[in-house]
Design a protein around this ligand. Sequence first.
Ligand code: SAH
Ligand code: SF4
Length: 398
Amino acid sequence: MSGLDPYGADDRALSEALGGQPAYRLRQIRAWLARGVDDPAQMTDLPKALRSRAAEVLAPSPQLLSHRTADDGLTHKVLLEMPGSGSGSASTESIEAVLMLYPRDEDRPHGRATVCVSTQAGCAMGCPFCATGQAGLRRQLSVGEVVRQVTVMQRMLASATDLPAGAPAHVTNVVFMGMGEPLANVDATLGAVRWLADPEGGLGLSARSITVSTIGLVPAMSRLAGLGLQVRLALSLHAPNDALRDDLVPINRTHPISDVLAAADAYRVATGRRVTFEYVLIDGVNDELAHARQLAGLLKPRGAAHVNLIPMNPTPGVSWTAPPVAHQRDFLDILTRAGLPATIRANRGGNIDAACGQLHASYQMASGRTLPMAQGAAERLQPSVAGLVPPSASGDSL
Ligand code: SAH
Ligand code: SF4
């Protein structure tokens, strides 16, 4: 990214970049940023010279490349171009963010507007069921590049004339579940969380309405807990034993299930927040009823936990699919009968490739690059997965 990131910079850095500015000027700039106005030309209470200087030294706004809607206007996916540095150290990248509207109803008297943000262009974690992982990591996003995904949606909501009835006209929730692994870009993730929760110079969201999803990067989980905010943590588990998880989540070889669960326990103790465990259901791979029993055995004794089952969304080049709905329910029943709170995640935006794990695919298509074949990975995995299914094959004593 070229220029100083005004969302990530502290007052001193911001003032210096602008040639030395008094505190009230910085407050004016921060007030604009909090309202989603990041183009200095529109900061009308600043002197003209300062506006020009800011336009020269601050990182420019992302460009909106496309905006697609689905689910009768309840789901919106934007493709944003994040400018690079020009010097080659940071490439210009396109990333996707999704807005999901949940109009008010009996359970949600105020409705919700949830933005799903990306923290990286691509991802280095290589989970074979995920479109984002297929291209590898292209580059990290900055605090501002994460935050601007939210402010773009905030402005879109504020100016919308045809919002679905009962939908809020401002962002109420942010989930770090888009492209990339948030805790592999932990500084930007923590900076963005702080800004989103900051009632003074930021968006002022309640920390409880912010969710960070991670594949289980143990050391960074404690840094997130150390923020001292009640941010929700979602942990992508996807398998109830190490043998299977090693294949579905390659980083499990570095951070095995026992370490990840211990870090989740520590997070719950530090923040008082129940941890959600995400489990992508893949037909014939990790959806045996024996897996459900093993999962319940693993999580039930740990107290406050919630399981979110995500039926596998189609990913280009991967032949894996979600299990039939009746089988998903059988899997769910085993968890709930074991006393483990569990739900099946409602699919949103599948027809515009905006659902979980689908981001990045269309970006690659749009920019004319060919998608690396994930089929090979899935085929390589299939035989070993089939061989690992019996719970007795796992190293866990359940
Ligand atoms: N890297 C983080 C956050 C981004 S992915 C993580 O993995 O947790 C957000 C969620 O979507 C994760 O739970 C991820 O496992 C899930 N996901 C990835 N690919 C998917 C797919 N094809 N179908 C359904 N969910 C998928
Ligand atoms: Fe990365 Fe998450 Fe996709 Fe795995 S599931 S490749 S960690 S974005």
